[in-house]
Each structure stands twice: as structure tokens, then as C-alpha cells.
Design a protein around this ligand. Structure first.
Ligand code: HEM
Length: 354
């Protein structure tokens, strides 16, 4: 063997080793470790139609109202960051006080998202019995919101149970990140949920779809314009929100507002991020390389987003015998509904017992 062919073979060996270790690293990281009590097959036997019911229903809804996809994704995030993914954000207020929906960051959640989750709960409980939680349905809706608007598909671990309490206004406010926050604050907000810097950047990519009210970004326009804003982008925002009390709406992703893709990160690189909390991911040296890598590589973003969405969906979940399976996502079960898990067929006026 000549020395040149020997070195070619060793180059091949080294590169196949590197490639192999890269692939095995990637597959090892493809899904985060599951928390106790959750599994991918939790409802495979007792409710095999669960995931198709949700996907087909949402496909139909989004064909006439794609905006609600963003609404559903945001509800899951707001559920998980406050008391864990226990469906607490779905609860209406009670004698103990106003529900989480009355806290400022939740006032802009889309009411139709709550109606859809409850309608799906009704369909699923009719088909399988009251065995699937509102928290699981919300996590699956968020996954399908991502997938049906162009994002990655991924499996959602199931087995969450619904909480029986909701957070106070102050607790809700304290747990949801603020749109005016800079990266160091966002990193610590996410660290409190066991999410790291990569999760922060990937999950912020949720802003690839949906919209915002002027109130969440006018602070960047008035009294003085935030100099990090790209000029044309800032001029357009000023047209949408001519004063600091305007009530206009604008897309979170100026390039592809209705498609779940990596253009949100391209916006950041071009100083066209809507919130301080978005744009600072590019300004800050800690997060900037991650932003650039996602702007350049959509597959990498999709892979990391799927990983981080699964991680977020497991924050402080209620499992086992704790909590309950709500028979109405907006109210905890009453003593009577605990005893008889009767599911009322709201559409046909029938009552089925399980
Ligand atoms: C990093 C911290 C985050 C902050 C500060 C933040 C803040 C906001 C704000 C202020 C809005 C607009 C509210 C309005 O109408 O004025 C919004 C919308 C939205 N957020 Fe976030 N968010 C964050 C993370 C996330 C995450 C992790 C996700 C999901 C993975 C997400 C998904 C969405 C979606 C989809 C919308 C649009 C909702 C709609 O069109 O109805 N956000 N966010």
C-alpha cells in the first residue's frame, strides 16, 4: 500500500468515526429523558384514536383560522410555566379568586384556543371515556399547532393529570417571562424551569407564528426609538402603532408570519425582532451563536425545538394518583363528578357513563 492510499484510508476511518460519534450524539439527544409517570404509549391502548382525533380536528379548524394555531401553542407555554403543565391556565376563576387567565400576560391568550381544547376534550372523552387530561390534550394541540403550520413533528410523552388549583395573579406574573427582559433575566427565568440557554433560544422560535398587540412593543418606539430596531421595520411598527396607547396588531415574524420555520432567527440577525426579549437573543454574546446557527440551518432549529418542546411539556407535571382528569377543562371536578365520571354529550344531548 502506498503512503498516500494509507493516509486516505486513515482519513476515511477518522471521518467515519467522527461522523458516527456525531450521529450517535444526535440520536442520544433527540429526545430528553422522560420524567416519572409519563410515557409515549400512555394512551396507546386505552385511547388509540386520541392523536388522530386532535390532528384531524385541528387541520380542519386551521384551514379557516390558522391564527388559532399560535393561540394553542402559547396556551401550552403559559400552562407549563405556571405551576407546571397541569391545565391550570384553562381553569376559570372560582370563589377563591380570579383564575390565571385574568393575569396580565394571559389577557392576550386567544379565547378560541380554550374553546377548541374543551371541544377536543369532549370528543375524546366521548370516544375513550374521561381518561385523557386537559393538560395532555393541550400538549398535543401545541405539537400539532407547530406541525400543521410547517414545523417539526415529534412525539409527546403523555400521562399528565390536571391540577385542582390555579395560581394567583402575582404567581402567574412572577412565572411568565416579560417581553421587556434582557437575556440574563430570561436565562434565569428559564433555568427556574430546568430549561437551559439552548432551550431558551429554541423555544423563543415559537414566535415564528402569531401576532402581538402594540402594548408589548411600543416601549421600543416611544418616547425614543430603540436604536437596535432596523429602520424600515421600525417605521412599519410606527404605522401599526402611531401612539404609545394604540391598539393595533402585528405579526411576530415579519418574513413568514403564518409558517413555522426558521425565519424568526433571520429576522433577529436583521434586527427585526419584535420584542426586546426576542432581539436581545441576537445582541447578547451568550445566545447570539445559537441564533445564527438556527438562522443558517432550519433542520438544526427543528431538531432542537422538538427536544425543547418535549422538555417544556414535562415541567413539574402532575402524574399517578395526584390531581384528576377534568370532565370540563375550565372547572375542577365537583364531588359528584368524582363519583360518577359521566360525560355529557353536549352536541347530541346524550349522556354516556364510563
Ligand atoms: C422567552 C420568553 C417569552 C416572552 C417574553 C414572550 C412574550 C410574548 C408576548 C408579549 C406575546 C404577544 C402578546 C400580545 O398579544 O401582546 C407573545 C405571543 C406569542 N408567544 Fe411568546 N413569549 C416568550 C416565549 C414563548 C414561548 C416559549 C412560546 C412557545 C414555544 C411562545 C409562543 C408565542 C406565540 C405562538 C405567540 C402568538 C400568540 C397568538 O398569536 O395568539 N412564546 N409572546
Amino acid at each position: 500500500m502506498t503512503s498516500s492510499s494509507a493516509s486516505f484510508i486513515s482519513l476515511l476511518l477518522v471521518s467515519s468515526f467522527l461522523l458516527g460519534s456525531h450521529l450517535s450524539l444526535t440520536s442520544a439527544q433527540a429526545t430528553p429523558p422522560l420524567v416519572a409517570g409519563l410515557s409515549y404509549n400512555f394512551h396507546a391502548t386505552n385511547c388509540p384514536s386520541l392523536e388522530t382525533t386532535i390532528r384531524e380536528y385541528l387541520r380542519e379548524i386551521f384551514s379557516s383560522d390558522f391564527g388559532v394555531a399560535a393561540g394553542l401553542l402559547r396556551v401550552h407555554f403559559h400552562d407549563c410555566f405556571v405551576q407546571g403543565c397541569d391545565g391550570s391556565v384553562l381553569l376559570a376563576g372560582s370563589a377563591s379568586g380570579p383564575g390565571e387567565q385574568a393575569a396580565p400576560p394571559n389577557l392576550t391568550l386567544r379565547p378560541r384556543a380554550f374553546v377548541i381544547i374543551n371541544e377536543l376534550r369532549n370528543r375524546i372523552h366521548r370516544a375513550c371515556g374521561a381518561i385523557v387530561s386537559c393538560a395532555d390534550i393541550t400538549a398535543l394541540c401545541a405539537r400539532d399547532a407547530v406541525f400543521l403550520t410547517g414545523g417539526p413533528d415529534y412525539r409527546v410523552p403523555l400521562g399528565r393529570r390536571d391540577g385542582v388549583t390555579f395560581a394567583t395573579r402575582d404567581d402567574t406574573l412572577a412565572n411568565l417571562p416579560f417581553f421587556g427582559s434582557r437575556v440574563p433575566t430570561l436565562i434565569s427565568d428559564f433555568a427556574r424551569k430546568n430549561l437551559d440557554v439552548t432551550d431558551l433560544v429554541a423555544l423563543s422560535g415559537g414566535h415564528s407564528i402569531g401576532r402581538s398587540n402594540c402594548g408589548s412593543f411600543v416601549g421600543r418606539l416611544y418616547p425614543t426609538r430603540d436604536p437596535t430596531l432596523e429602520t424600515n421595520f421600525a417605521n412599519n411598527l410606527t404605522r401599526v402603532c402611531p401612539t404609545n396607547t394604540s391598539s393595533g396588531l402585528t405579526a411576530l415574524d415579519v418574513r413568514t408570519p403564518n409558517i413555522f420555520d426558521n425565519q424568526y432567527f433571520v429576522n433577529l440577525v436583521n434586527r427585526q425582532g419584535l420584542f426586546v426579549s426576542d432581539q436581545d437573543l441576537f445582541t447578547d454574546n451568550t445566545t447570539r451563536p445559537i441564533v445564527v446557527s438556527y438562522a443558517n440551518n432550519q433542520s438544526l432549529f427543528f431538531q432542537r425545538l422538538a427536544f425543547s418542546m418535549i422538555k417544556m411539556s414535562m415541567i413539574n407535571v402532575t402524574t399517578g394518583t395526584r390531581g384528576e382528569i377534568r370532565t370540563n377543562c375550565s372547572a375542577r371536578n365537583t364531588a359528584t363528578s368524582y363519583l360518577s365520571t359521566a360525560v355529557i354529550d353536549e352536541e347530541q344531548g346524550k349522556s354516556a357513563s364510563y
